[in-house]
Design a protein. Sequence first.
Length: 347
Amino acid sequence: MSVATERPGRRPTIREVAAAAGVSTAAVSQAFNNKGRLSEATRRRILDAALELGWSPNAPAAALRNARTRSLALVVRRPTDVLGSDPHFSELITGIEGELAPRGYGLLLHLVSGDREENGLYERLAAEGRVDGAVLTDARDDDGRPALLARLGLPAVLLGSPDDGAVVPRVGLREQGAGIAEAVAHLLALGHRRVAYVSGPPELQHTRVRRAAFEDALREAGLRPFAVLPTDFSERHAVGATEALLDAADRPTAIVYANDSMAVCGTGTAQRAGLAVPRDVSVVGYDNLPLGSWLHPRLTTVDQQVQRVGAAAARMLLALCGEPVEESALTGRPRLVVRESTGPAPG
């Protein structure tokens, strides 16, 4: 048996221990908590892998596991009006609750407005032992939240493209820009050359990734974006961005929106201006929420399987909390769902 040595750099993760032992992260948690139905050989293999890598659960995390609240937190940084008008989070919560409720867990939703408030919330949750873990939303560049949660010993998963080197596990479909690239290819095939993008807040990783995919897809076709307008995802910003685009002297023939809610606002804005969708302007959304199939015309959108991502995040977090839950890796990538809101470019 090799002896663990102090390793410079980042701390090894539970996922690395699981990979080295050939088991799930849930099995690693069970081995250290003496729970579950692991064979002695499996338990020993896990403990040996942890010793080899120099990994161990820290004391605050162990204390949390031994004093279960059977509650998990979902922390969302959005104004209340934006959250109320965006069904994305309803779909996400549905996916999470579908995994938690049958196991007797509850979900606590927390809305925050900035870094200081969000970080203070995690510190209180950990200090007071109010939840067993947290789902983090909206991965950001230079995101300090995973390191904070690790220091606090509060199990967490972060919604976003998987990253094997991340401080906390990340859950989401891979190739986040693939759906946007597919949407641009679809519009180009319909003859559109003046294509605009109404994006989300620039500090979010998925905003950057999807904007880059949009611009790269046009560049590869020898074109430049008609315009890229950032928003805060609110209805007000969506309407304002759409009006600005449609008031241009040579307006775009197609507009891609960063979510379905803004695409619905954009469609209504175009129709109130006397334009027909898609005859005068084509519209593409992102999320494939149920409301898109009830819009007239029905919305062409990118499906990122929100409920499925929520369910996978819940299972992974439950496993990190020591529950005997089978984890299942998300497969596939965002894909375009073509409906009636896109059509040939106008004459």
